[in-house]
Design a protein around this ligand. Structure first.
Ligand SMILES: *[C@@H]1O[C@H](CO)[C@@H](O)[C@H](O)[C@H]1NC(C)=O
Ligand SMILES: *[C@@H]1O[C@H](CO)[C@@H](O)[C@H](O)[C@H]1NC(C)=O
Ligand SMILES: *[C@@H]1O[C@H](CO)[C@@H](O)[C@H](O)[C@H]1NC(C)=O
Ligand SMILES: *[C@@H]1O[C@H](CO)[C@@H](O)[C@H](O)[C@H]1NC(C)=O
Ligand SMILES: *[C@@H]1O[C@H](CO)[C@@H](O)[C@H](O)[C@H]1NC(C)=O
Ligand SMILES: *[C@@H]1O[C@H](CO)[C@@H](O)[C@H](O)[C@H]1NC(C)=O
Ligand SMILES: *[C@@H]1O[C@H](CO)[C@@H](O)[C@H](O)[C@H]1NC(C)=O
Ligand SMILES: *[C@@H]1O[C@H](CO)[C@@H](O)[C@H](O)[C@H]1NC(C)=O
Ligand SMILES: *[C@@H]1O[C@H](CO)[C@@H](O)[C@H](O)[C@H]1NC(C)=O
Ligand SMILES: *[C@@H]1O[C@H](CO)[C@@H](O)[C@H](O)[C@H]1NC(C)=O
Ligand SMILES: *[C@@H]1O[C@H](CO)[C@@H](O)[C@H](O)[C@H]1NC(C)=O
Length: 300
């Protein structure tokens, strides 16, 4: 009787040692962290001095307020890093204001970095009255999108961004810097108590921004108004051409049990674990793409 019962309590114990160390193991080996925050920093991102060390252009600085991405002379607060989808959500003022606004407003640029503004997760958004805000292509000088906004008394609704005081348009693929052009339109029928010709355009995470009348009041303020920090989604990819080109190179970033796909922003490529494997496709070994059976066999 006692001999027969013995294997049963042992079985669940064996299964536990098989699966749980794998997940703990792979998490520890493929991510860094800042002690001040719980945001995980998966390779190719990394913190100087921690292991694995970051890929070029993916260095993150730990500060008392959490992880920050050094871009140009700025240090941008990171809210989230998505490894498999290639996103980084940041808190930034990716904005430009019309010449009628007070104060100088430096435009936020991703030029020279491994990031672009995500075209799928952001919207070009403009706040102001009786104006057309256009996105200007910094290379050709032509327009690459835009929207119009008009105001009339008592028609401005908080939460909506549909052409009254606030309008939105898609962000073009591969955008690295916001250049915008504002045209004021004097329409007597829409005479409004908002008389300011100061308008603002910005890149913002598409479902995170809700228009508020307060944003219009900030622009109408005769004092220089401070930049507004909002959620912005960046896309990252590995430099090195298309998958076909990169796979022939010694620096090919997709490791074992992974496949390559061209990034949708048209710059470089990204990796993902092949079906049935889990882990970090940019790492070789225990932190990389692993199948459960594989690890069990290894432990036994
Ligand atoms: C980090 O912790 C905060 C609260 O302490 C929580 O709201 C947030 O969702 C956590 N973030 C992650 C990525 O786990
Ligand atoms: C980030 O950290 C690196 C290495 O520690 C340092 O050289 C750099 O100046 C820091 N950048 C910022 C913006 O703090
Ligand atoms: C960064 O700072 C340096 C020195 O303060 C300055 O010369 C340079 O123009 C700045 N770069 C940008 C992009 O603002
Ligand atoms: C971070 O991004 C991932 C993937 O997009 C998402 O599942 C997760 O909820 C996000 N976490 C936070 C705290 O926003
Ligand atoms: C900007 O202009 C350049 C040169 O004409 C072109 O290659 C690029 O596709 C344009 N970008 C957008 C977003 O329209
Ligand atoms: C707008 O048009 C009205 C009527 O045509 C004119 O009186 C007013 O001066 C114009 N305002 C501006 C700012 O041009
Ligand atoms: C809107 O309000 C302003 C000031 O309150 C007034 O001068 C203007 O005539 C009003 N416009 C309309 C279309 O009612
Ligand atoms: C906008 O500014 C003008 C001029 O300073 C002021 O007359 C008007 O009341 C302000 N409108 C709002 C809605 O604050
Ligand atoms: C980041 O961009 C730089 C400059 O284009 C490039 O040299 C580097 O290889 C890129 N990093 C990665 C991991 O692709
Ligand atoms: C990646 O893009 C290249 C050209 O830019 C194309 O020839 C290739 O078929 C694409 N590969 C995949 C896997 O989509
Ligand atoms: C990565 O692979 C997983 C499972 O194989 C799949 O569910 C996911 O959609 C893939 N992600 C991307 C961005 O292709």
């Amino acid at each position: 009787m006692e001999k027969e019962l013995l294997p049963f309590p042992l079985l669940p114990w064996l299964l536990l040692t098989c699966f749980s160390p794998f997940f703990v193991h792979s998490m520890e080996l493929s991510t860094s962290a800042c002690s001040s925050s719980n945001i995980s920093i998966p390779y190719p991102f990394g913190v100087h001095g921690q292991s694995p060390s970051p890929a070029q252009g993916f260095e993150i600085n730990c500060t008392s307020s959490g992880p920050r991405l050094p871009i140009g002379n700025n240090s941008i607060s990171i809210l989230n890093i998505s490894l498999l989808d290639g996103y980084v959500t940041i808190l930034a003022s990716a904005a430009s204001r019309s010449p009628q606004c007070r104060g100088n407003f430096a435009s936020f640029s991703l030029e020279g970095t491994n990031f672009t503004f995500s075209d799928t997760r952001n919207k070009f958004t403009a706040v102001g009255c009786n104006m057309v805000a256009m996105l200007v292509n910094g290379t050709s000088g032509g327009y690459s999108g835009g929207c119009a906004s008009f105001c009339s008394n008592n028609s401005i609704v908080d939460g909506a961004c549909s052409g009254v005081a606030c309008c939105q348009a898609p962000v073009p693929k591969g955008l690295k810097k916001l250049y915008s052009d504002f045209t004021n339109i004097n329409i007597t029928a829409s005479l409004s108590k908002y008389t300011s010709a100061c308008a603002e355009a910005f890149i913002v995470e598409q479902n995170s921004y809700a228009f508020a009348t307060a944003d219009l009041k900030i622009l109408n303020n005769s004092n220089k108004s401070p930049p507004q920090y909002r959620h912005v989604v960046l896309e990252w990819s590995i430099d090195g051409g298309s998958c076909e080109e990169a796979s022939r190179s010694a620096s090919y970033a997709c490791k074992e049990n992974s496949y390559c796909y061209n990034s949708s922003n048209g710059i470089g490529y990204r990796c993902n674990c092949t079906n049935g494997f889990q882990g970090n496709p940019y790492l070789q070994g225990p932190g990389g793409c692993q199948g459960n059976e594989h690890v069990c066999a290894y432990i036994f």
